[in-house]
Design a protein around this ligand. Sequence first.
Ligand SMILES: Nc1ncnc2c1ncn2[C@@H]1O[C@H](COP(=O)(O)OP(=O)(O)OP(=O)(O)O)[C@@H](O)[C@H]1O
Length: 239
Amino acid sequence: MTALLETRALNKHFGGLHVTNAVDLALQPGEIHCLIGPNGAGKSTLFRLVLGEHMPSSGQILFNGEDITRLKSFERIDRGMSVKFQVPGVFKGLSARQNLEIALQRRRSRAALGREIDERLEFLGLKDAANTLAGALSHGQKQWLEIGMAIALEPKLLLLDEPTAGMSPEETFATGELVLGLNARGMTVLAVEHDMTFVRQVAHKVTVLHLGQVFAQGSIDQIVADERVAAIYLGQAHA
Ligand SMILES: Nc1ncnc2c1ncn2[C@@H]1O[C@H](COP(=O)(O)OP(=O)(O)OP(=O)(O)O)[C@@H](O)[C@H]1O
């Protein structure tokens, strides 16, 4: 099967700093893949390379078999990538419903829009908060609305940058359920995440980055049992 996303010998240097080092990564269609690693391992940089926010020093990125290494971010989005960053991208002065309306309106006829938004609010766990201003939503609800905006164009691949940062255990669990729900609808997910409870809940496959390189790869059970992985996390608060 053709991988949905593949990086081949991907390298990124910032001056003398080799931040992404010969990274080979492959995500099969329908996979939830979590990217973990200690602070400074190069997770965000790899994410930005995939998105086209950084250009690699060398190597290739393929999406659905197409070489997208030199494409701009918007061209990658056109091909079916979407991203939810940690920084809020919702319109705070508009309600949850209005935010989704903006994200969806280009895709739907007027008549179908209301029904679609109701369905999405329900799916996102925001039914009771439909008319609440986005700025007044709880932290978790804001993040779910962000995910709702990111999936408006029905991407093939959703990139999530630490989706559970700052969340309570209950919110983290609900976010995991949401991601599993998206995956059940056919979406492939790549998530940078520190929270191992979340990783255990959702990940089909885990890649550990360390010093810019793929350090280990496997199921969550294989990763947790790997003493080398435990060793690189020693001294890190979020191990
Ligand atoms: N634009 C840049 N210019 C120079 N160095 C950079 C740049 N972006 C990242 N780095 C360096 O690259 C290394 C990896 O950073 P990166 O943010 O990718 O790690 P990370 O694994 O996402 O870390 P964290 O878990 O703390 O977010 C760090 O040493 C960082 O200082």
